[in-house]
Design a protein around this ligand. Sequence first.
Ligand code: FES
Ligand code: FES
Length: 166
Amino acid sequence: MRVSMTVNGKPDSVEIEPQVLLVDFIRETLRLTGTKVGCETGQCGTCTVQFNGRSVKSCLMLAIQADGGSVQTIEGVAQNGQLHVLQEGFWEMHGVQCGFCTPGMIMSLLDLLQHNANPDEDEIRSWLGGNLCRCTGYQSIVRAVQYVVEKTRETTLVEFVDAAGV
Ligand code: FES
Ligand code: FES
């Protein structure tokens, strides 16, 4: 059957088998291999992408369930060769070791930051409950999110000062 969706801002329409998982569609049909497959049972979060603006585990969805919707993968996060501030945070705070969990972490944490621009440490740690990392001990990932919060605060302050003409 034919499935149509927008992927990273570009419309796509492909003939697929109805039982294909969204994660397999993304990796094998679209060849967007930044999204990883870990447990395939909804536990590890490595397959996390955004669907219609919210993070979802793409191993728990059929591709046909995304028909007509909008999917964003890690490949669509950097814009015009510029890392997203959250990717910058992972880089600056050493939030990546082997990197296997990183795409899923970023897609999940973008959802947090889009809906709560100022999460405290408990909120960040609680949100990370759906994404497993074997390497970092999570501290550096928490710091990557705090980097974004701090950067956003600084940018807002600069914009406020500029607007006030101080
Ligand atoms: S592969 Fe989807 S949650 Fe682990
Ligand atoms: S950096 Fe290796 S699993 Fe997270």
